[in-house]
Design a protein around this ligand. Structure first.
Ligand SMILES: [Zn+2]
Ligand SMILES: [Zn+2]
Length: 128
């Protein structure tokens, strides 16, 4: 037992407002519950997966607990990007604000997917 508190201590060097974290259900990353720019986050910044713990229809806690996959990007009138998740367990759709440190590669891939795979032939544009 030591009372010396001036020496180096083996604690984490993170300066987060909240010590609350959650473990990503897909990649196992430990994620701070608060994003760097403030808002509370519910998805992993690395793989963007989430977990179905809130019931967005009832407004309370959900007993589902299944993995929620990022399926799409929605852009609000304000220009803010929203991440659309679908629960693999119960198919519920949710939308959550994109955080500044979210994986931009995955975000861009989802954003351009409709352009890369249009439901109509693009050849029509070439003959105009
Ligand atoms: Zn993850
Ligand atoms: Zn669910």
């Amino acid at each position: 037992m030591s009372s010396n508190n001036t020496g180096p201590q083996h604690t984490t060097a993170h300066h987060v407002l909240s010590t609350e974290t959650f473990t990503c259900i897909r990649c196992g990353l430990t994620v701070p519950a608060l994003a760097p720019d403030g808002p509370r986050r519910n998805h992993c910044p690395s793989c963007l997966h989430s977990r179905h713990v809130l019931d967005h229809v009832e407004g309370g806690a959900s007993t589902c607990g299944s993995r929620m996959s990022p399926i799409s990007i929605a852009v609000l009138r304000t220009g803010d990007w929203m991440l659309i998740h679908r629960c693999v367990g119960c198919d519920e759709l949710t939308s959550n604000p994109v955080c500044r440190d979210d994986n931009q590669l995955i975000l861009m891939r989802m954003a351009v997917r409709p352009l890369a795979e249009p439901p109509f032939p693009l050849e029509a544009f070439g003959s105009l």
